[in-house]
Write a protein that binds this ligand. Structure first.
Ligand code: OXD
Ligand code: MN
Length: 610
């Protein structure tokens, strides 16, 4: 039975029932009884059923579940992701585009009767705290219990979400998902921004099917933000509490799997802890930001949980993220330790379980398995490199007390970054918002396993939003510039960081993880106007000695710090030449509307480089 009197919701659900023809329709109210029953049902499926989930050791991992996707369905699929706007120009050069009518016509037969013999679940959810003026409502229809259970962690799911919508509003995002046959040739993740609609079919992997996340909170929301005067960004949000008690909020955009979750949950080095610094997590992936009454930019995390990459997560690299996964979490495509029915992944520790099940489901001796060199020249992996945990934010030991604040938190600094072996120094600050917008447009990074495709290739990823901008990238840059004008001198300061710079032998020079606090410290002091900087051709850089290396002097010697902060003019000239090529060939020549002010930035940087 419907959970709302809203005729817009009910009419749309009726239409989707008529299209997909489920045997049964279940509205998800979010109650514990309902979720427990669904968990029982999905865990009772027979071995070998592709929807099956497993209860893990309930003493060691209470409330935790395990799931394996099909081996061809393990990451976001950017080549199967579409933005369907009335014209190709509106979608711009960074998106796959298709005419909406044509796409509806192509997908309708795929959805026709697809839920016969299945149950349809109708999931109301809120992105953002219920009651927040920044929050938005979505409804996801799915035939997957895995999706329901994950949405329960990632969003504020259930009947209460409809309270925000009321009985008449039409302002909700319509998401239709069917796991269908998981046929990769017919896999589609499609956004129709003008219709507030998402259609996803033939995948059962998180990023493609938890429609509140990338599809809504970034692709659709970026389009809504442009029209409504706010920003939807691929950014973590953290708060740094200083010894004087004040909390400074920072957002940061890095391409997928570049350590956003690690930075968001950072544990400061001993010296900082002793001095009274603390870090609080507001979000690890997405920020929605809007000017507040005082003219500053305020951010909320629209999500309610973390969908983190498991491999590499351990007590040292991210103690807090690991703690998040110890109860009520869902693990996808990690390995099982059959000795005690717990989970394992590469980098959890150095002891692969002997009695293991690898991510595709084969029982193996984990020690032997991981000592075999695979076709890629690397040891075989028990867990898929993009295996994930879905964990409630409430589990996070350092979750911000402001996590549910409907107003959000005021942002003092915005950071961009990526994986760059050379050229980009450890940290620098833009001269102003326009220059900062240019720096965002120039983000590029060596690719990771979060999306399908080659790993380790340098790709442009403006604002870390390349796969997530729901409209023309040039108009998105123009929107950034407009927001800067609106915010004026209250705008956050914009910085760029690179934790991944390498020396001439290919070794990382910066320890990263908790030590990134040292860079945040400099950034905060710059925001507060407490510290001078060197004016260089590319921006403001720390003066010698201004990055605190107390406790890591052996590793980060003055020579290493010089290299970390070096601005090599020849490399930067090449960088600007590449940016001109990128703007022209990849963006402007392909229908991207690049604002004049950004072209002008290239001239300015080039002039400064001499
Ligand atoms: C993610 C991604 O899953 O960016 O967060 O790919
Ligand atoms: Mn992400």
């Amino acid at each position: 039975m419907s959970l709302t009197n809203n005729p817009n919701v009910n009419k749309w659900v009726d239409e989707m029932v008529a299209l997909t023809k489920p045997d049964k329709v279940v509205w998800i109210d979010g109650s514990k009884e309902q979720l427990d029953a669904l968990t029982d049902e999905v865990c009772a499926l027979p071995e070998g059923n592709r929807d099956k989930m497993y209860r893990l050791n309930q003493d060691k991992l209470p409330g935790c579940l395990y799931h394996r996707t099909l081996p061809n369905d393990v990451a976001r699929v950017e080549d199967r992701t579409f933005i369907c706007t009335p014209t190709k120009e509106e979608a711009g050069p960074t998106n796959n585009w298709c005419d909406p009518a044509e796409m509806y016509a192509k997908l309708t037969p795929l959805y026709d009767g697809v839920m016969k013999g299945r149950t349809m679940y109708v999931i109301p959810y809120s992105m953002g705290p219920i009651g927040s003026p920044l929050a938005k409502v979505g409804v996801e229809i799915t035939d997957s219990i895995y999706v329901v259970l994950n949405m329960n962690i990632m969003t504020r799911m259930g009947k209460a979400a409809f309270e925000n919508l009321g009985d008449t509003s039409n302002d909700f995002v319509r998401g239709l998902h069917s796991k269908a046959d998981v046929d990769p040739e017919n896999r589609y993740i499609v956004q129709f921004p003008q219709d507030n609609t998402i259609w996803s079919i033939n995948s059962a992997y998180g990023g493609n099917v938890l429609l509140g996340k990338k599809c809504f909170a970034l692709r659709i929301a970026s389009y809504q933000g442009k029209n409504e005067g706010w920003m939807a960004e691929h950014m973590l949000i953290l708060g740094v509490k200083k010894p004087d008690g004040e909390v400074v909020y920072i957002t940061a955009a890095f391409p997928s799997a570049c350590g956003k979750t690690n930075l968001a949950m950072l544990i400061p080095p001993e010296g900082y802890k002793k001095a009274g610094y603390e870090v609080f997590t507001v979000g690890d992936d997405i920020a929605w930001m809007k000017p507040g009454e005082d003219g500053r930019l305020y951010a909320i995390n629209p999500e309610n949980g973390f969908f983190g990459v498991a491999p590499g997560t351990n007590e040292k690299s991210n103690y807090n993220a690991l703690a998040c996964t110890r109860k009520n979490a869902i693990f996808t495509n990690v390995a099982l330790n059959n000795a005690d029915n717990t989970v394992w992944w590469e980098g959890l520790d150095k002891n692969p379980p002997e009695d293991a099940t690898e991510w595709k489901g084969a029982k193996v001796n984990g020690k032997e398995f991981t000592s075999v060199i695979g076709a890629d020249g690397k040891p075989q992996k028990l867990a898929h490199p993009n295996s994930r945990f879905t964990a409630p934010a409430a589990n996070c030991p350092c979750v911000s007390p402001e996590f549910n604040n409907p107003k959000g938190v005021p942002v003092s600094a915005i950071i961009f970054g990526g994986r760059r072996a050379s050229t980009t120094p450890l940290v620098y600050q833009s001269f102003d918002w326009t220059h900062g917008t240019y720096i965002g447009s120039a983000v590029s990074s060596e690719t990771t396993a979060a999306a399908t495709g080659a790993v380790g290739v340098l790709r442009h990823d403006p604002m870390a939003m390349k796969p997530f901008i729901g409209y023309n990238v040039g108009d998105y840059w123009a929107h950034w510039l407009e927001m800067g004008e609106k915010l004026g001198d209250k705008a956050p300061k914009i910085f760029n960081v690179n934790w991944f710079k390498q020396d001439e032998n290919g070794n990382f020079m910066w320890p990263g993880f908790g030590d990134n606090m040292r860079v945040l410290d400099w950034i905060i002091k710059r925001c507060e106007g407490k510290i001078d900087a060197d004016e260089t051709a590319i921006g403001y850089l720390p003066k010698k000695g201004d990055i605190n290396v107390e406790g890591i002097e052996d590793e980060v010697t003055p020579e290493v710090m010089d290299k970390l902060l070096a601005v090599d003019k020849d490399l930067w000239k090449k960088e600007i030449t590449e940016m001109r090529r990128y703007y022209k060939e990849d963006i402007a020549d392909k229908g991207g509307h690049i604002p004049e002010a950004l072209w002008a930035q290239l001239d300015k940087i080039e002039a400064r480089l001499g």
